[in-house]
Design a protein around this ligand. Structure first.
Ligand code: PA5
Length: 459
């Protein structure tokens, strides 16, 4: 179902970075990490999600119970509580397709707020009729400012239009016990799903966080789980040489520490898969960018890119810029059939395209890019999925989650914490005067006081 092509990283005659080929010495560390993952433990609950059918069945039953009149779904959340379901949804429904598939009465349009930008939040929520909208609110902590404000705005609008029955248009996905969203669910009588406490935000796409929006869209949440389960043994049990997740992690890690290639580019060659780039950027950055236990900070810088479009921008830097890049291509096998018509064939720029499937063109562009990178000495690997179905997405997410956990272990960092992200959240709460954040308010004020207007140029 998936393939991983390592030629431009591991084949001696094609890949110049010898340091990256010496993966065998990492075998024991990878084995220890895999044993540790299989054993479970704090925040490793995501490892077991491909083996649980219950949450997907519950999500599917919930979607079946929704009234037919609900045509739109607003997904309120941010970061790990938004990027995963957004990627699954746009893989299944192309981002440029704005209407539900004809004849598919269960299919609904999903709208991801994903930010606190007033333009986005305002235009999405104002454009939806609460009477025909389901609002899915996702926040594990139950306290993230962006999501809390999205919820308050959506709730005010929905209850103004719908009165008491607004509650039937909301569903909350949060910690089973902790946090203010859980408390609010009890107060309002809103239907809830739980994010398992031992599953962190960016590792939660296979939990109700990804399953409920997928089901609400009219897609099959069980397929997401089945896809992950299909690759679980290859990713969790196989030794390094046969393990795609471990190979990806080990090669990326060696690219950084041996070859100084600490910019890890994730380049998708399918617009349906482009949101996977943002999901990958989050899990790679937030899991790996932090101090090593008792050592200096670690962390590659992930950069997502979209092929073939970014061949006309980033590629120049990748080929001839500083030799600090390592590239992961994400490709898809089955594509829609669109053929270039045979027209104006006497002109050389058009003639060679006559009758060409666009799939062949984009494939040649990806291969040409990998070749030009190889010629310039920039290593790359190519991950290919069969299609963009929920099953393929489940497999892809699980593979990349395991790769992230292994990379965390190779870098010597804890992939499950995010003190840097939390600090920013706390400072914003301090600035906004949230109760309990007085210390952060003082610190934020201190930083503000040291700013100088002389360094702000207005023109
Ligand atoms: O991975 C993480 O922990 C974060 O990116 C969170 O998902 C993000 O900050 C949103 O947090 P929450 O789900 O608590 O609203």
């Amino acid at each position: 179902m998936l393939s991983l092509d390592l030629n431009y990283a591991m084949n001696e005659s094609l890949a110049p970075c010898a340091g990256m080929r010496e993966i065998a010495p990492l075998g024991e560390r990878v084995d220890r990490c895999l044993a540790d993952l299989r054993a479970g433990g704090p925040l490793k609950g995501w490892v077991g999600l491909p083996f649980e059918d219950g949450p997907a069945a519950e999500a599917a039953a919930f979607a079946r119970s929704l009234p037919e009149g609900l045509r739109d779904v607003a997904v309120l959340g941010i970061g790990g509580s938004s990027l995963g379901p957004l990627a699954v949804y746009h893989a299944a429904r192309h981002p440029h397709v704005l209407r539900p598939a004809p004849g598919d009465e269960r299919s609904r349009l999903l709208h991801f707020l994903d930010n606190s930008d007033p333009d986005t939040v305002g235009s999405i929520l104002e454009g939806l009729d609460p009477a025909t909208t389901l609002y899915i609110v996702i926040t594990k902590s139950g306290s993230t400012a962006e999501t809390a404000s999205q919820l308050l705005i959506a709730w005010a609008r929905a209850s103004e239009v719908l009165g008491e029955s607004a509650r039937d248009h909301f569903v909350f996905i949060t910690d089973p016990e902790r946090g203010d969203l859980r408390a609010l669910a009890g107060r309002l009588g809103v239907r809830t799903f739980s994010v398992p406490p031992d599953v962190g935000g960016r590792f939660s796409v296979l939990s109700p966080v990804g399953l409920v929006p997928t089901a609400a869209a009219g897609l099959d949440p069980a397929a997401l789980i089945a896809g992950a389960r299909r690759v679980a043994a290859a990713c969790l049990d196989a030794p390094l040489a046969d393990n795609p997740a471990a190979l990806l992690a080990a090669i990326a890690h060696l690219a950084d520490v041996r070859e100084g290639r600490n910019v890890h580019v994730f380049m998708t060659y399918s617009d349906r898969l482009a949101p996977v780039g943002a999901w990958f950027r989050q899990i790679w950055a937030e899991s790996l960018g932090k101090p090593r236990a008792g050592g200096p900070p670690a962390g590659p810088t992930p950069l997502d890119a979209r092929g073939a479009t970014d061949q006309h921008s980033l590629l120049q830097l990748l080929v001839q810029g500083p030799p600090d890049k390592f590239v992961v291509f994400l490709d898809v096998r089955s594509r829609r059939e669109v053929t270039v018509p045979a027209l104006f064939e006497d002109l050389p720029s058009f003639g060679y395209l006559a009758g060409l499937p666009l799939a062949t063109l984009i494939d040649a562009e990806r291969r040409g890019t990998a070749m030009s990178l190889a010629r310039a000495g920039t290593p790359s690997i190519t991950l290919t999925v069969d299609d963009t179905s929920p099953a393929s997405m489940g497999a892809l997410f699980f593979l990349l989650e395991v790769a992230t956990a292994i990379a965390g272990s190779l870098y010597g960092v804890n992939p499950y914490d995010q003190p840097g992200v939390e600090q920013g959240k706390k400072l914003a709460c301090g600035l906004l005067g949230r109760r309990g954040f007085e210390e952060m308010r003082a610190e934020a004020r201190n930083l503000e006081d040291r700013r100088s207007d002389d360094l702000v140029i207005e023109f």
